[in-house]
Design a binder for this molecule. Structure first.
Ligand SMILES: NC(=O)c1ccc[n+]([C@@H]2O[C@H](COP(=O)([O-])OP(=O)(O)OC[C@H]3O[C@@H](n4cnc5c(N)ncnc54)[C@H](OP(=O)(O)O)[C@@H]3O)[C@@H](O)[C@H]2O)c1
Length: 331
């Protein structure tokens, strides 16, 4: 049975994007072994099922993820929106690097990788906090729009406070932020503010790096080149990007408490994604997927009925009891 996709407006862009979209990090790398043939099939399946929004970055597989998406666009006639990111090619990753010369070069490189004349949406890629206090950076992005190199821009942030600061810039169309059953703080103040200003919200790590799909156990292992092995404590990048910053065992225990709440006939992954869509400020969730089966399961969330108030309250209680103290005031 095919699930019915639903679409939500993305900021003031005029685009309506699929509420379950596609995260393109894992198809680029840093998630253990991945075959391009599987990735291509997963991407095509997503389009078959009505997904029209794909998130990627210039650094995912050093451009490999962008190039796979360029190929997808070539092979399909359906219109798709591709959001990429800029900034993380900087090494060291300093606020001063977010200047006209570097941002222009990053955009030019993504234009090549994506074989496009203009990039749909470019997100500053979790820049250092100082960047949000430099209007000139946002001025450069405005100039890139005026030059026809990019259509719209947004930000990807680590912290709620960065999100609140970013949306003070009037041309920021979207904020990408970690939001899932393990990371609930964005819904407090930020969602209200984003909605008031008509800024789109892209919910990343919607499955908490796969934990919330409910298929992992204490015996699960991850390849050496998978960030779920090498970034458990933030060794390579922000700790929050791996399992939402919660230690694996605590995450597994919370999943076991959530499991009885999942309605019969619904998978835990679909349930976790449906929870995200309960927030009407959210434009879309962008689950990463490497295989067609994952895409199918994830997309099904868009067609599930709303979760009951009793289930929503039970999820909130689990968060309050098991997770809040570990995450709420860190991001
Ligand atoms: N700084 C940033 O801007 C930033 C940072 C992180 C992510 N992102 C974006 O957000 C997207 C999503 O975040 P994420 O990929 O980190 O985390 P996620 O979506 O929470 O988890 C994705 C992983 O979960 C597993 N999975 C997906 N669907 C599944 C299913 N139905 N059943 C079982 N397992 C499933 C897959 O891994 P396995 O099959 O290997 O278990 C997949 O790679 C990324 O792809 C990227 O586009 C952006």
């Amino acid at each position: 049975m095919l699930a019915r996709m639903d679409y939500r407006p993305l900021g003031r862009t005029g685009w309506n994007v699929s509420s379950i979209s596609f995260g393109g990090w894992a198809i680029g790398g840093t998630w253990g072994p991945v075959e391009d043939s599987d990735s291509q099939k997963a991407l095509h399946r997503a389009v078959d099922l009505g997904v029209n929004f794909f998130d990627t970055a210039d650094v995912y597989g050093d451009g490999h993820s962008e190039r796979l998406l360029a190929r997808l666009r070539r092979e399909r006639s359906e219109p798709i929106v591709i959001a990429t990111k800029a900034g993380r090619r900087l090494s060291p990753h300093h606020a001063d690097g977010y200047n006209r010369k570097n941002l222009t070069a990053f955009v030019e490189r993504s234009l090549k990788n994506l074989a496009s004349e203009a990039l749909d949406l470019v997100q500053l890629h979790c820049p250092p906090i100082d960047v949000y206090y430099r209007p000139e950076v946002f001025g450069v992005m405005d100039d890139l729009v005026a030059a026809g190199k990019i259509r719209f821009y947004g930000v990807s942030v680590e912290r709620v406070e960065e999100a609140l600061k970013a949306i003070e810039y009037p041309n920021v169309q979207s904020v990408q932020i970690i939001y899932n059953m393990f990371r609930q703080r964005p819904a407090e103040l930020f969602f209200k503010e984003a909605k008031r200003r008509q800024v789109g919200i892209l919910a990343r790590l919607p499955l908490s790096s796969g934990l919330l799909a409910g298929k992992m156990s204490a015996a699960s292992t991850f390849a050496q080149d998978d960030h779920r092995s090498f970034n458990r404590h933030g060794e390579a990048f922000d700790k929050g990007e791996t399992f939402s910053g919660i230690d694996f065992e605590t995450g597994l225990a919370a999943v076991e408490e959530l499991r009885p709440l999942v309605p019969a006939g619904v998978s835990m992954a679909s349930f976790a994604l449906r929870w995200i869509l309960m927030a009407d400020a959210v434009t879309c969730a962008i689950p990463g997927a490497k295989r067609t089966g994952q895409v199918e399961e994830n997309v099904r969330a868009a067609d599930l009925p709303a979760l009951s108030p009793a289930i929503m309250t039970a999820i909130e209680r689990i968060y309050e009891r098991k997770l809040r103290a570990l995450v709420h005031h860190n991001w």
